[in-house]
Write a protein that binds this ligand. Structure first.
Ligand SMILES: *[C@@H]1O[C@H](CO)[C@@H](O)[C@H](O)[C@H]1NC(C)=O
Ligand SMILES: *[C@@H]1O[C@H](CO)[C@@H](O)[C@H](O)[C@H]1NC(C)=O
Ligand SMILES: *[C@@H]1O[C@H](CO)[C@@H](O)[C@H](O)[C@H]1NC(C)=O
Ligand SMILES: *[C@@H]1O[C@H](CO)[C@@H](O)[C@H](O)[C@H]1NC(C)=O
Length: 475
């Protein structure tokens, strides 16, 4: 039976690449063990004779194991990509300060994500900082970073009083503190576990978005720039959190104004402001139909309802914001925030979970979510995933399976690989699973970036067109 090629679908490509970026980052941390110094910037144009990763897997041999003709290797006269100029070292394409003035500052729009237009994209490799050193291996990398790799003093100076990051000689040291949580992430999560059933498997979403810089980022490897503005904006901020929370999801908020009584050491006027700020927050939370779960010390948690039946009935009494008429709960980027509540799907009974109840994590990962059925996608079609991806251009199912994902509106494999090159530091690894045609194309581009690639069969065997490409980003 000829299977459609799921991997030709653009969304899947982006999604895979996002997962892989995370994965390769993790792998990169695990695989870099020595702290040797990388060559200076001007030598980066030469291929490095560096340590290659040992994946201890058999080398793929197309000839001897099956009847498919061997894929055409790209031609060998490679035109290597050049490095961008040195001022691109900290280039972040969708958050580029040099382009901020192109956008309105109203509601901090200029600080939001703005990716370059196709003609603006630099077709070059972002160079590592001068004097770049191989990062520490995990778990030491959690607490130490070479200053040369992140040569910015601002954070350690601004956050000096908070025990968050210190500059010690040529090292940035992260003592695992934070404004209110001197026991670090472990202690913080233990506190949250006291009122949010983190281990039950029934959790849909827990958002912990506040306004501080917190060592969570360095531990969890992923950050969400969506909420980076952290401004009240007449409550828009909370309405945006409500939109992103799934039914029954939790919002954790820690730090000021929560616990203002205990923490406030300044004048009475300041304390009053914090008190009012907390009152404003509590009030809007009620009007969004959230239920306060707990407030302990500096942490407070609210829960979004499982459906909006009660909320619709109460909305006039509570003077709730209106329900949005056209708001996509799954939108990622480029969503204009609106002063309205994104409605949950209607249910018939007050005890129902909007959109249907999900299996517990981690069973949820491999089972068709109820929403697929309402959209006429049968469980059988879901099984292989492939059909599903062909039919959908929608993140809801990704979210309902307990995964995270986002769209990229960059359309070519080359764009994605250049972006992966920017994000991955030397000595990382990339694993790509795709149709053999795409694998061969990716390998060709990777070689032009001076990455070493190796093609392997997947667990589906030699006769299956799906292959795996292992890339060692040593250069
Ligand atoms: C790779 O690793 C495997 C197992 O860890 C080992 O048996 C093998 O000799 C290694 N190969 C090379 C080339 O180092
Ligand atoms: C680097 O410098 C050039 C020339 O001054 C400038 O046009 C470009 O915008 C800079 N790039 C970045 C990412 O700062
Ligand atoms: C959901 O219920 C509300 C209130 O009963 C109603 O106004 C709305 O039209 C319903 N939406 C759908 C899609 O049925
Ligand atoms: C995604 O799926 C949801 C739920 O079925 C649907 O309401 C929404 O319109 C879809 N969004 C897009 C962008 O297709």
């Amino acid at each position: 039976m000829a299977k459609p090629n799921p991997l030709k679908h653009p969304l899947l490509k982006y999604f895979i690449s996002i997962l892989l970026v995370s994965l390769s980052y993790i792998l990169g941390i695990y695989t870099s063990s020595n702290n040797s110094t990388s060559p200076p910037l001007h030598e980066q144009k030469q291929p490095l004779n560096c340590h290659q990763l040992n994946f201890s897997l058999p080398v793929l041999d197309f000839e001897s194991h099956h009847t498919l003709s061997p894929p055409q290797e790209p031609l060998r006269n490679l035109q290597f990509f050049n490095f961008c100029p040195p001022n691109f070292t900290n280039y972040c394409p969708c958050h580029d300060p040099s382009r901020e003035t192109d956008f309105t500052a109203e509601r901090f729009f200029s600080r939001e994500r703005h990716c370059p237009e196709p003609y603006e994209k630099p077709m070059c490799l972002v160079p590592r900082p001068a004097g770049y050193k191989r990062p520490f291996s995990w778990p030491k990398s959690r607490d130490y970073a070479w200053f040369k790799n992140l040569p910015f003093k601002e954070l350690s100076e601004v956050k000096k009083t908070q025990n968050w990051v210190r500059l010690e000689g040529d090292l940035l040291v992260f003592p695992g503190g934070g404004t209110s949580f001197r026991k670090g992430v472990k202690g913080y999560v233990d506190e949250i576990k006291r009122f949010v059933p983190l281990k039950s498997g029934s959790i849909r979403t827990v958002l912990d978005v506040g306004c501080g810089v917190f060592s969570m980022g360095s531990r969890c490897l992923i950050s969400f720039p969506l909420f980076s503005q952290c401004k009240w904006l007449d409550g828009l901020y909370l309405m945006e959190i409500d939109r992103v929370l799934r039914p029954g999801g939790y919002w954790i908020f820690s730090g000021p104004p929560i616990n203002w009584k205990a923490n406030y050491k300044g004048s009475e006027v300041g304390a009053q402001e914090l008190e009012q700020e907390q009152a404003r927050l509590e009030d809007l939370a009620v009007r969004l139909c959230w239920k306060k779960v707990a407030e302990k010390g500096a942490i407070a948690a609210w829960r979004k309802p499982n459906n909006h039946i009660h909320c619709i009935i109460k909305s006039r009494i509570w003077k709730s914001p209106r329900f949005c008429t056209n708001s996509d709960p799954d939108a990622g980027w480029y969503k204009k925030m609106e002063p309205c509540i994104t409605p949950l799907l209607n249910v018939t009974d007050i005890h129902d979970i909007s959109g249907g109840s999900l299996e517990k994590w981690s069973k949820r990962l491999n089972i068709a979510p109820p929403r697929t059925k309402s959209e006429g996608i049968s469980g059988a079609a879901f099984e292989g995933d492939n059909q599903l991806w062909k039919r959908r251009n929608n993140l809801s199912i990704v979210y309902d399976r307990g995964l995270i994902g986002t769209y990229m509106n960059w359309c070519s494999i080359l764009d994605i690989l250049l972006e992966m090159h920017r994000i991955l530091r030397p000595e990382g690894a990339v694993i790509i699973r795709d149709h053999v045609d795409i694998i061969v194309e990716v390998k060709g581009i990777a070689e032009k970036m001076k990455w070493n690639g190796r093609i392997l069969h997947s667990e589906n065997g030699a006769f299956h067109p799906e292959k795996i490409l292992l890339i060692d980003t040593c250069c």
